[in-house]
Design a protein around this ligand. Structure first.
Ligand SMILES: [Zn+2]
Length: 252
């Protein structure tokens, strides 16, 4: 029934994956959209997809952290591999800008370059995008607008203000709300959830939360849906039903 708009199942062992799917099913979760990181992650996603085609929707992309971490030659080799594999993915990404992770000018230029390349790739393949934008909404929106493209996709772990939200909505993106909503602070996100129509919001776990020590944690999606429902005065089941139909519009 319910979909998780963003997770990283490639972090889990075979045994834990089975637990994610069986414990998830008990909570009504049936489908997990992925965020791509690098080549080994895409290959793992493909393995999981072969085994569990109903449960996962693959996303292949070079995450901004991978873009800054890989040596230049590796980065280009992985990009070439990505362009070969991307036709098989459901979504393109994660891609975007992360100014919290790195503010070194050279690395920012590199992140922007690869962000633009992903936008072109997604357009060529007519596939939806998964965006990862941290402390860089201004420059990201400038790049997106300058591309002149029409977009489908989602901004994962969105936590920006209603004004920033409006910028992405105008471009056609969904805003994906995750466990941040359950934490103290996150005032802008709470304002955004209060003001943006549910038809633009989707719910994600971004699990595993701790990638060093991945744990099976399937209840984030229902918990975030409950928090969204409390803000909107809507039943959590309704929030999850709308989230799913929003994601279905991506044509995965
Ligand atoms: Zn992610």
């Amino acid at each position: 029934m319910w979909w998780d708009a963003h997770s990283h199942l490639s972090f889990y062992s075979e045994q834990d994956l089975n637990r994610v799917f069986s414990e998830g099913a008990l909570l009504g979760l049936t489908t997990w959209l992925q965020g791509g990181y690098d080549q080994s992650d895409w290959e793992r996603q493909q393995q999981i997809y072969r085994q569990f085609p109903k449960q996962i929707r693959t996303a292949f992309g070079l995450h901004p952290w991978a873009v800054t971490a890989l040596a230049p030659r590796q980065l280009e080799l992985q990009w070439t591999r990505l362009t070969d594999l991307a036709p098989q993915a459901h979504l393109i990404g994660e891609t975007g800008l992360d100014y919290f992770h790195s503010r070194e000018p050279q690395q920012l230029v590199l992140q922007e370059d690869f962000f633009r390349r992903h936008l072109i790739l997604a357009a060529e393949l007519s596939k939806p995008l998964v965006l990862h934008i941290v402390q860089a909404h201004g420059p990201a929106l400038t790049i997106l607008k300058a591309s002149g493209q029409a977009f489908r996709g989602l901004v994962h772990a969105f936590s920006g203000s209603p004004e920033v939200a409006e910028g992405y909505l105008r471009l056609g993106f969904l805003l994906s709300v995750g466990p941040g909503l359950l934490k103290k602070g996150y005032k802008q996100l709470k304002q955004t959830v209060a003001t943006v129509d549910l038809k633009h919001l989707v719910i994600e776990s971004d699990s595993p939360q701790n990638t060093e020590k991945p744990e099976v944690e399937v209840n984030w999606v229902p918990r975030v849906a409950r928090a969204v429902g409390e803000i909107k005065g809507t039943a959590p089941e309704e929030v999850l039903a709308i989230s799913r139909s929003n994601l279905e519009r991506l044509g995965l």
